[in-house]
Ligand binder design. Sequence first.
Ligand SMILES: [Cu+2]
Length: 302
Amino acid sequence: MGGMMSGMRGRGMMGGGMMGRGMGGMMGGGSQNMPAYDTMTINGKAYPATEPLRVRKGERVRLRLINASADHTHVIRLAGHQLRVTHTDGNPLVEAVAVDAVPIAPSERYDVLVNADRPGSWWLYCAQPGHAAAGEQALLVYDGREGRRPDAVTEGTAGLHLWHYSLGQGRDVLAPASGTVRSFSQTLSGGMMGSDAWTINGKQYPSTDPIAVKRGERARVRLGNMSMEAHPMHLHGQSFAVLSVNGQRLAHPLVKDSVDVEAHMGAVEIEFAAHNPGDWVFHCHKPMHMEGGMITLVKIAG
Ligand SMILES: [Cu+2]
């Protein structure tokens, strides 16, 4: 997971993790509460090697959080401060949404603002059990407050106000479409009994059926997850509106280019205007799933 911080100085990419313990955790999808990796990083470094973020009281700091992990959702928190979410995958919200922590699926990006109004030394870290201990933590230090290390991080998300897709109001930045609405349905499955095959409507890429539309049309895609793992689906070439999540319609659709479809019957509906002709990859951003076939093409005929 990545954190880019700036006021505008510094940057941060919360990251991946190095695989250890053989294939630990990657098998059978049972990695929920145990780290499948020995090491978790921020900008490629694990604490105590992570670089501290330096701030001054009164500053407003922008953190650009990127989950560059192959498998894990990270829940990013800055102790003692709220995070005000302003952008989802680079697309602006109508107004910032204040939360205690932001869950981020692989390939998702969030921009958040922090008001530096509590001088001290604080942890920026992942609240998922085990992640901070595996290295996913960095200090945020106010000028003049160096030298004091805060108490250990608080793991878990109990009592925290967490970001979720229905909290934000996306700004209407997508290309307009006047043409026909074409609907597509994609069932995401795979990974049964430890299999490494991952499918869309029962097929593995390159046999998957493309989403074929003409320029000017609107594509509405329903993603349903029949597997035991979440799938962060990422579209190249354009952003989309998130219309509904698990059957609940969003009053003000977020605009994103990656959307996490929850495990065990999670469902998401997206829509985009076909304005960018070409063949665009639409795939799960977990490399194990992508390599297992969970890829299709959006084909936009000019
Ligand atoms: Cu996946």
